[in-house]
Design a binder for this molecule. Structure first.
Ligand code: GDP
Ligand code: MG
Length: 314
């Protein structure tokens, strides 16, 4: 039960809607680097870790260094790729010094943005599996990559593994993910309820098989994450998706004023794919744990339409 300040009580009810399909969950602790390296060797697949970057000189080098010093020697990661988007800082130089292969995002007709950088990364990557990680994360560790690779190496039926995590906001637990909570989750619940058990639909950290990713469009800008999720599920089924708990993730928290553009891109990616809308579940917000929060539906009729309504003159 959830009580608001006015004392009204809203019931959280457990949903058993046919449209909700549970996306399988894993935890990074289930996978150890030596076991994964053995599974990877047996599969014959190669792995690229791709970091899309714009102006990340302050944070990208330790991430690259961690990958190079811990995971490359185990044989689990074959390539560390940075896609630099004309950064105005030293991103490209520090990433290269730390041991990454750096490619420029390029300025093609598709325009700049995160989606374009990921698309360029997929084209440039040599791996059969591509792990994307954000480069503004300050508590990066090898478990980001081992957690994302684990399910893919264990189950050939999986095509994409998304990260989920706790996201503090300026040090306060649970406050992060504002675009997720205010835009992505509601629009998924209304238009793509089969994806409502995805905990962090906008997570930049994900791992996919090239054979699947190369079949999908990469939406420009910040709509890319939700676009990939929706398109992958529609093309390969929800069963091709899994999610992995990476613990806590700390990154640059943007001021609210900078989030409107991101939110619009996410909403646009969803609406572009909405098609014919089934409104039968629109009276609830579906939550990742399978609960639903009632949402007010319908409207009172126009007062003037009421029988016997007598409009008093002002
Ligand atoms: N190459 C490139 N990388 C980008 C671009 N926009 C964002 N990124 C990178 O994508 C990652 C996530 O971006 P960020 O702005 O932190 O997204 P947020 O965490 O959703 O606010 C970071 O590593 C960024 O540097 C872009 O236009 N080009
Ligand atoms: Mg970020």
């Amino acid at each position: 039960m959830v009580t608001d300040g006015g004392g009204a009580v809203k019931a959280l009810f457990q949903v058993r809607l046919a449209v909700v399909q549970s996306v399988r969950r894993f935890h990074h602790g289930q996978f150890s680097p030596p076991e994964l390296a053995a599974a990877k060797a047996a599969s014959g697949a190669s792995v690229t870790v791709c970091l899309p970057c714009r102006d990340e000189a302050a944070t990208v080098a330790p991430i690259v260094a961690c990958l190079r010093s811990v995971l490359v020697p185990t044989g689990l990661v074959d390539e560390v790729l940075v896609v630099d988007d004309a950064s105005s800082d030293e991103t490209a130089a520090v990433a290269a010094r730390a041991g990454a292969r750096v490619v420029a995002a390029g300025a093609g007709p598709w325009g700049p943005g995160k989606g374009g950088a990921m698309w360029e990364g997929l084209r440039a990557a040599e791996g059969d599996i591509v792990v994307f990680c954000d480069a503004d994360v300050v508590n990066f560790g090898p478990h980001f990559v081992t957690g994302l690779l684990g399910p893919l190496l264990a189950d050939p039926a999986l095509a994409l593994v998304k990260a989920f995590y706790d996201r503090p906001l300026d040090g306060v637990p649970g406050g992060g993910g504002r675009v997720t909570e205010l835009v992505a989750r509601p629009v998924i619940s209304l238009l793509f309820p089969h994806l409502s058990t995805v905990v962090q639909p906008l997570a930049g950290e994900c791992a996919g098989r090239r054979s699947a990713l190369e079949q999908l469009p990469f939406t420009h800008g910040y709509g890319v994450e939700l676009g990939l999720l929706i398109d992958l599920a529609s093309r390969f089924g929800v069963g091709a998706l899994a999610q992995v708990d990476l613990g806590e993730r700390i990154h640059r928290n943007r001021p609210l004023s900078e989030l409107s553009g991101q939110a619009t891109a996410v909403l646009r990616a969803a609406l572009d794919r909405a098609g014919t809308t089934d409104r039968s579940n629109w009276s609830a917000l579906l939550l990742p744990g399978g609960e639903a929060l009632p949402v007010a539906a319908g409207a009172h009729p126009p007062v003037a339409s009421l029988e016997g309504y007598d409009r008093r003159s002002a």
